[in-house]
Design a binder for this molecule. Structure first.
Ligand code: CR6
Length: 810
């Protein structure tokens, strides 16, 4: 790898850093608090980075714009240093100055501009697009407040505002000159002249969208792309002086607060939150602002050659949140550039592609037609017209006498039942529709989008997710990364498939010992963090068994808790039962409005309270809930994990990506055949993963049969399973904050919708077997190493190369 170096050497760096401290604060490095040392360093790196890259791509390079309402970018300093190839040198330099890079990195904010997997995927894709050298840009929202900060009080999740911009964000650059105007509401006016007619929009509210750019440095430092985040600001200063003078400050500032509300907050739900006007405004704002900018750049480079837009530009829509890209692109082309309607539709479709991320019906966005039309009247006209033409075109595929005509229409039309269906809008306006794992794509074809699949099979394809191995292995796990590099060289940073070169080391006892030592160091680092943040003492001799992800019923954190309680009960009941000592580590947020998920968090904390305070079991099991799961602490957790819990009910998890991050860090997966677990299991082989439970088709068949009864499961095993169900309500876990009636009802009244009780025995047995195998540490380490060796496939570099080849045609 030849790096584009931004400092000559360590000495050069130290000199420039000292100057930067003086220039910014007028105070020498030694006298600055850690936080100011961070800001001075960040400013230095940002300025140096900017200075050497005026323009990274030639004009005619095909551009990809990745539209996403979420970019969970994580802390950036360490990432930039790695990608510029100067992390070790900078760390050395700072050490020679009497401080440490680690401590300076700890000062950085972790911008919570996403909920979970979908937002983090978008960030990994930016990293990989820059690595692959393409002109790939992010287009998203600059939320004033990120996803809430989670605190645990009395076992409960408490949410507090994430004021991430409080001290300023050193990596962003405000670009006033690139602001654009976006209109909401008003009327559509039809004009006619010489038999030609066109439409304009008038009235309504005009909002100024102001972009903030964050540089995305590709590994090697030779390509710098950008993430553009939009902020909503008032277009005119309609400050109400009279109201102000009368002391009514709220009314005086109303013009400003109404507009700024659009970019105030990220909706804290990863399974969709619809019907909210503000959310629709957010979606339109970043779609319209992004597309206006794209057309401006295109016209500058290629003139008004709109017919060929799709040859030079790709607009990729991440889930249905940017679904308005289709009609908005048409509106801009037809109304503002004078392009004919049919051609505009063709161009939009050639330009746009779409990824679906879920099979959960409640997450497929829909808007009431009345809301949509009132807010976006011209866009609605276009949607209506495209929908009408779509219905007509169905006649080419089916005859109205066909039995399934209305069925197909009812599933695929954009407008239905008084609603605008965003998934159908996305599919109709895209040339490519993809799922995010092999199983998920199959489910899209077989059921969720089956009717579309029958109509346009060639439009559907799979792109199995990936993660940035540079962040989630190299940056997250320094001791292990170093060991790997010493063994196989550093080529794996550039090409993750080189991790395969680790396979021969599975026979190398000294390598395996080194691996164990690295894992030990990671476990100690995590244990210190857990102690500090949750007060729980973790014993590093225990197996670290980890489930970290959003809280959702289908992900079945509840099943995991049931297992923990079962192990607890067995230790107490049977003096001969001696499980492998294990620390159960949980982390993740629940949407504020998702009561069940929040109850599961309270349950985990109650179980932790009971177990951690029970001296009879303390040397065998411990439970920790790590508060406020975010990219930064995720990196500490993944690296220290030994067991990766991926236990969603089969058919529900589109892909999952923590499964990939954990396997990369040599954790062994304990999972169902769901999402990307299927592909992980194929790659590592059955001896290096523990699979249990019903398969997706069995889940479907069992549900369809109508013959699943939670009470049968309960009655069939009163001693173990039944006992745990009883503990939810009999006071056994109530000490901290009461019983768990609603969880009991979810299982026994709602009939266990996620089949927790059904998979319980298979799961516990799988866990017993897996942890039983830990005694043979050499064999365990060998299997763990095999997981890292096979993880190259799950680098987002591979995923992006597939998008480039099959969808973006680059
Ligand atoms: N919640 C899926 O549920 C997938 C990511 C990224 C999710 C998850 O299985 O790995 O997307 N879906 O593709 C949505 O957010 C809608 C997620 O993060």
């Amino acid at each position: 790898m030849t790096y584009n170096k931004i400092f000559e050497n360590k000495q050069d760096f130290v000199e420039q850093y000292r100057e930067a401290c003086l220039a910014r604060y007028g105070t020498p490095f030694e006298e600055l608090p850690a936080q100011e040392r961070y800001y001075a360093l960040a400013e230095l790196i940002a300025t140096k980075g900017r200075a050497i890259f005026p323009e990274s791509h030639p004009k005619d390079a095909k551009k990809v714009y990745y539209f996403s309402l979420e970019f969970l970018i994580g802390p950036l300093l360490d990432n930039y240093l790695i990608n510029f190839g100067i992390r070790d040198m900078v760390a050395d330099g700072i050490k020679s100055m009497g401080s440490s890079l680690e401590e300076i990195c700890r000062q950085e904010v972790d911008p919570g501009l996403g909920n979970g997997g979908l937002g983090r995927l978008a960030a990994c894709f930016l990293d990989s697009m820059a690595h692959e050298g393409i002109a790939g840009y992010g287009n998203g929202m600059r939320y004033r407040y990120g996803l809430f900060r989670q605190y645990i009080e009395g076992g409960r999740q408490v949410e507090r505002t994430d004021n991430w911009l409080a001290n300023g964000f050193p990596w962003e650059t405000r670009k006033d000159g690139s602001s654009v105007l976006v209109r909401f509401g008003g009327q559509v006016v039809r004009h006619e002249e010489d038999g030609r007619f066109w439409f304009t929009q008038e009235g309504g509210d005009i909002v100024r969208a102001v972009p903030y750019d964050v540089p995305i440095v590709g590994f090697g430092g030779n390509v710098v792309n950008k993430l553009r985040l939009w902020s909503a600001e008032p277009y005119t200063e309609d400050f109400d002086l009279d109201a102000f003078n009368a002391g009514d400050y709220a009314r005086a500032n109303k013009f400003r607060s109404d507009v700024e509300a659009i970019s105030t907050i990220l909706y804290p739900n990863d399974a969709g939150e619809h019907g909210r006007m503000l959310r629709l405004k957010q979606e339109y704002l970043f779609v319209s602002a992004g597309l206006q900018t794209i057309l401006r750049t295109y016209e500058r480079d290629f003139g008004p050659d709109w017919e060929h837009l799709g040859d030079h530009v790709c607009v990729h829509t991440n889930d249905t949140h940017p679904a308005m890209c289709g009609p908005e692109l048409m509106r801009l082309l037809v109304d503002e550039k004078g392009v004919d309607f049919d051609l505009a539709y063709k161009v939009a479709k050639e330009t746009i592609s779409f990824t679906n991320h879920t099979v959960m019906p409640e997450a497929l966005e829909k808007w009431p037609i009345n809301t949509f039309r009132a807010l976006l009247p011209r866009l609605y006209m276009i949607v209506e017209e495209v929908d009408r033409r779509y219905r007509d075109s169905l006649a080419n595929h089916l005859s109205p006498n066909d039995g399934n005509w209305t069925d197909v229409l009812s599933k695929t039309a954009i407008l239905w039942d008084g609603q605008v269906r965003m998934a159908n809008l996305s599919i109709i306006f895209s040339h490519s529709v993809n799922g995010v794992s092999a199983l998920h794509t199959q489910i899209l074809k077989d059921s969720v989008f089956h009717e579309f699949y029958e109509l346009v099979p060639q439009r559907f394809n799979n792109k199995t997710n990936g993660v940035s191995h540079r962040r989630f292995l190299c940056e997250a796990n320094p001791p292990y990364a170093k060991l790997i590099t010493n063994a196989i060289g550093d080529g794996w940073l550039n090409d993750a498939m080189e991790l395969e070169k680790l396979v021969p080391f599975e026979q190398d006892a000294s390598f395996l010992e080194g691996m164990e030592a690295a894992k030990r160091a990671d476990k100690e680092r995590l244990a210190a963090y857990v102690k500090e943040t949750s007060g729980v003492d973790l014993d590093c001799n225990m197996v670290f068994d980890v489930q970290v992800k959003r809280f959702h019923a289908y992900k079945r954190q509840l099943l995991n808790v049931f297992k923990v309680l079962d192990v607890y009960n067995r230790i107490l009941a049977d003096p001969n039962y001696s499980p492998r000592p294990t620390a159960f580590i949980f982390s993740g947020k629940a949407a504020q409005s998702y009561t069940f998920a929040k109850e599961v968090i309270r349950l985990i904390n109650s179980v932790a309270d009971v177990i951690n305070n029970d001296e009879r079991v303390n040397d065998k099991i411990r439970v920790a809930f790590v508060p406020n799961f975010a990219v930064s602490n995720a990196q500490l957790i993944y690296s220290a994990a030994e067991i990766s819990e991926q236990i969603s009910v089969a058919g529900a998890e589109a892909s999952g990506t923590s499964n990939m991050k954990l396997m990369m860090n040599a954790a062994i997966t304990l999972g169902t055949l769901d999402g990307s677990n299927v592909e992980i299991s194929e790659l590592v082989g059955p001896e290096n993963i523990k699979i249990f439970g019903l398969h997706a088709d069995e889940v479907e068949a069992l549900r369809a049969s109508g013959r699943y009864y939670a009470w049968d499961q309960y009655n069939a095993d009163r001693d173990r399973l039944g006992r745990i169900v009883d503990m939810l309500t009999d006071g056994a876990l109530a000490r901290l904050s009461g019983n768990f009636d609603s969880i009991h009802d979810y299982l026994m009244v709602d009939n266990d919708p996620d089949l927790v009780l059904r998979d319980f025995h298979a799961y516990v047995q799988a866990w017993d077997e897996l942890t039983g195998a830990y005694a043979d540490r050499a064999a365990w380490n060998k299997a763990a190493l095999h997981n890292t060796a096979k993880a190259g496939y799950f680098s987002s570099d591979r995923t992006i190369r597939e998008y480039m080849a099959d969808i973006w045609h680059i």
